[in-house]
Design a protein around this ligand. Structure first.
Ligand code: FAD
Ligand code: SF4
Length: 472
């Protein structure tokens, strides 16, 4: 079996003092060589590993035939945003893990599996460069319908794409001043270039999707008012934008950020381009990031870049209460964070923050942990070791331990049924909520997930909306 084709990346020295994209993607030749490695299995397992069921085997075969246009439309049958997914999908836990080349019992894909995500990115970027676009349906049964989409994250954008392709008139309402949800305010440009994000969104504009930014549904306008304005159905892609905190003493000291706030200031409001953009952000000399997911990795890598840009010696330490194996972050981000100089301390549980006389954080007191039995998530539970207290000096802490449902809309719409986590309850077959003609998908259903999972739910909701519009 031929060795996998490594993707080119910016050297560490070229990337840690800026926000340029790190992974450079395959050239045509590299994509052809990687595609040739695919076994074209009779029973391709990779497809079952993709949350939207892209015909991976077919698009890889089309690459081997240099039929890049065909490959693009094969992907687009299932996925509206291949250039985004090719950059951010945790393929090692999804299609690549299911690929036949993954070693049995592995927690994530083995190195030898086909780099499906890099091939998808190559094809998505080919589509953008060549202005390939799925045309709008000419079926005039749909032209009279009007649907509102709330939230412009991957779920909202994807649902809008599904509906607009049919010729349905779609308006996206977004609380923030820019579109993209986490793709814009959470994931940094060094992982997902803003040109690519903008181009993928432009495709929706070509399908005549309208956008209303700075509009909070539930505050600016209610769901009932949207129906009164003539929208026949509504899709809710509200996301899980509320950060979780540790709930330990000292957590409200100055210079302790939630990762959401820290990343929003940087990625949405361009704090890293201060003073060109007037967004203040504090940069510590000894930065602590707490967590082990993609958010923690993004926060740590942004923090390290900010230190470099501000002429400081990089000193970012990431604390995680389990070990590297249990970390939910993409493997590539963990590798990149290590290469760039983020220090990892595993099996550590913060217990208390200590501040100075002005209320600024100075230290974090921690306990060491060991791994116990697996918990409900299947990962081994961290068990604190009594008497193992130790302290770490710090002047800036970023808490990245998870997110929960955004409740702005649900808190003022009691007829919209939620579960104990305040996630919206839907019929899993149709994504219909407790309110007629209101559908939901993405992180607001079932909690924090992945970009492609959010898109998968939105696609399903899109099909249900189309069916319900035609049947009403
Ligand atoms: P979101 O992306 O959260 O979008 C929701 C949108 O709705 C937001 O723009 C919000 O402003 C808007 N909104 C909310 N309420 C209202 C309202 N009442 N009115 C109007 N608008 C409203 N997943 C991956 O697959 N790969 C990764 O590498 C990855 N990295 C991540 C990094 C970070 C920092 C974070 C936070 C998450 C990451 N994820 C990643 C998870 C992934 O981004 C989410 O699963 C995905 O964005 C969920 O999409 P969504 O559309 O449901 O919600
Ligand atoms: Fe088989 Fe893997 Fe190729 Fe899918 S990507 S067809 S599972 S070798």
């Amino acid at each position: 079996m031929k060795q996998p084709i490594k993707v080119k990346e910016l050297a560490v020295s070229q990337r840690i003092n800026n926000f340029s994209e790190v992974v450079l993607g395959y050239t045509e030749n590299e994509a052809l060589q990687e595609a040739e490695r695919c076994l074209q299995c009779k029973n391709p397992q990779c497809i079952s590993g993709c949350p939207v069921g892209i015909d991976i085997k077919r698009f890889i075969f089309q690459i081997t035939q240099k039929d890049y246009q065909g490959a693009y439309f094969t992907i687009r049958e299932k996925n509206n945003f291949p250039s985004i997914c090719g950059r951010v999908c945790p393929a090692e836990y999804q299609c690549r893990k299911a690929c036949i080349l993954t070693k049995k019992e592995s927690n994530f894909a083995s190195e030898e599996t086909i780099n499906i995500h890099f091939l998808e990115r190559f094809i998505g970027d080919y589509g953008i460069r060549n202005n390939l676009e799925v045309s709008q349906s000419k079926d005039n049964r749909f032209f009279r319908f009007k649907v509102a989409v709330v939230g412009s994250g991957p779920a909202g954008l994807s649902c809008a794409g599904e509906l607009a392709r049919k010729g349905i008139k779609v308006t996206i309402f977004e609380a923030l001043h820019q579109l993209g949800g986490v793709l814009r305010y959470g994931i940094p440009p060094f992982r997902l270039s803003r040109d690519i994000l903008d181009k993928e969104i432009e495709n929706l504009v070509k399908l005549k999707v309208e956008f209303v930014p700075n509009c909070i549904i539930g505050k600016t306008i209610s769901l009932n008012e949207l129906f009164k304005e003539g929208f026949q159905a509504i899709f809710l892609g509200l996301g899980a934008g509320t950060p979780l905190f540790l709930g330990i003493p000292g957590e409200n000291l100055c210079n302790i950020y939630s990762a959401n706030e820290f990343l929003t200031r940087i990625n949405l409001m361009s704090a890293y381009r201060f003073p060109e953009f007037h967004t203040p952000i504090n940069v510590g000399k000894n930065i602590i990031v707490i967590g082990g997911g993609n958010t923690a990795m993004d926060a740590a890598r942004c923090a390290l870049r900010l230190q470099k840009i501000n002429g400081l010696n990089p000193n970012v330490t990431l604390l995680y209460r389990r070990t590297e194996v249990e970390m939910p972050a993409r493997r590539l981000e963990i590798e990149h964070a290590k290469e760039e100089g983020v220090n990892f301390r595993f099996l550590v549980q913060p217990k208390r923050f200590i501040g100075d006389e002005n209320g600024f954080v100075k230290k974090v007191i921690c306990l060491e942990c060991r791994l116990g039995e697996p918990d409900a998530s299947g990962r081994r539970r961290p068990v604190e070791v009594e008497g193992s207290d130790f302290e770490i000096e710090t002047d800036l802490v970023i808490i990245a331990i998870g997110l929960k449902a955004n409740q702005v809309l649900t808190s003022v719409t009691p007829e919209l049924k939620t579960d104990k986590y305040k996630d919206i309850i839907v019929d899993p077959e149709t994504m219909q909520t407790s309110i007629k003609n209101v559908f939901a998908g993405g992180d607001i259903v079932g909690g924090e997930g992945t970009v492609i999972e959010a898109m998968g739910m939105a696609k399903k909701a899109g099909s249900s909306i189309i069916a319900s519009l035609l049947n009403n």
